[in-house]
Design a protein around this ligand. Structure first.
Ligand SMILES: NC(=O)c1ccc[n+]([C@@H]2O[C@H](COP(=O)([O-])OP(=O)(O)OC[C@H]3O[C@@H](n4cnc5c(N)ncnc54)[C@H](OP(=O)(O)O)[C@@H]3O)[C@@H](O)[C@H]2O)c1
Length: 239
């Protein structure tokens, strides 16, 4: 497996759930991390927990300038930038007519544009460096659709198209574009928008650490190979 020591990885959506777990796992592997999200107090708490190999950027993935600042912070704090984990995303359960215009717009903007902007910020430096990694956290919903989540699923299908297209576009530059497509994971995802902390089934979902392990395993693959889509679900999750 590839040694991640002293590589620098920027993570969007690092203030909770899968992103925060990915940061913890990466630091335990010796990597440096740049944490991006809107809730900067959460990011600062995580940075205090993880020590010196952490930088924090208060940012909104829907803003291209914020995305650029995330990547710039990697060079500023650690002198290098090796990988982006495009993880930030939101979801809300409900039929196409049940969710509000604002809910749908926010979901499409966060999950689609909010994946594109950080990738555009990341690519030039990775090309100049001769390569690197982009890992997108998609969803099982983006591989097969999901009832009560049609627009969310559409945003996650968009990420699949983005990953497949970029794999073809960027491979000759040494950039590996990978997707982790998890099923249900017990995080803050959709809390108050279809999920509740005491809902049945939450305890049977994967833990964010399980998904983080997959993200890090993708980064640890030898540079001679690439991962396209790694989908994973709890054994207890219904079809
Ligand atoms: N949990 C699941 O069941 C599940 C299943 C499949 C796929 N996923 C995917 O996994 C990814 C991570 O979700 P999670 O489960 O870890 O949920 P989570 O605990 O709610 O974390 C979502 C993260 O995204 C960040 N975020 C949301 N909007 C943002 C914005 N506009 N700008 C910057 N950051 C933003 C949040 O930070 P701030 O609010 O602080 O900005 C938070 O750090 C998402 O892409 C989600 O679609 C989750």
């Amino acid at each position: 497996m590839r040694d991640l020591t002293d590589l620098t990885v920027a993570i969007t959506g690092a203030s909770s759930g899968i992103g925060a777990a990915t940061a913890r796992t990466l630091v335990s592997e010796g990597a440096s991390v740049v944490l991006g999200a809107r809730r900067v107090d959460r990011l600062n708490d995580l940075a205090a927990e993880l020590g010196s190999k952490v930088a924090v950027v208060e940012m909104d993935v829907r803003d291209p300038a914020d995305a650029a600042r995330l990547v710039e912070q990697a060079y500023a704090s650690f002198g290098r930038f090796d990988a982006l984990v495009a993880n930030a995303g939101i979801g809300a359960y409900g039929g196409i007519m049940d969710l509000s215009d604002d809910q749908l717009r926010e979901m499409m903007d966060t999950n689609i544009a909010g994946t594109v902007w950080p990738i555009r910020a990341a690519v030039p430096g990775l090309v100049d460096a001769g390569g690197g990694d982009i890992v997108i956290v998609g969803s099982v919903a983006g591989l097969r659709g999901a009832g009560d989540e049609a627009v969310y699923a559409a945003t996650k299908f968009a990420q699949v198209g983005l990953a497949g297209g970029l794999d073809r576009e960027l491979r000759d530059s040494g950039i590996r574009v990978s997707m982790i497509a998890p099923g249900g994971t017990a995080t803050e995802f959709a809390m108050g928008a279809g999920r509740t902390p005491d809902m049945p089934g939450l305890a049977d979902m994967m833990r964010p650490e399980d998904v983080a392990e997959a993200v890090v395993t993708v980064l640890k693959q030898p540079l001679s190979m690439r991962t396209l889509i790694w989908s994973m679900r709890s054994v207890k999750e219904a079809d």
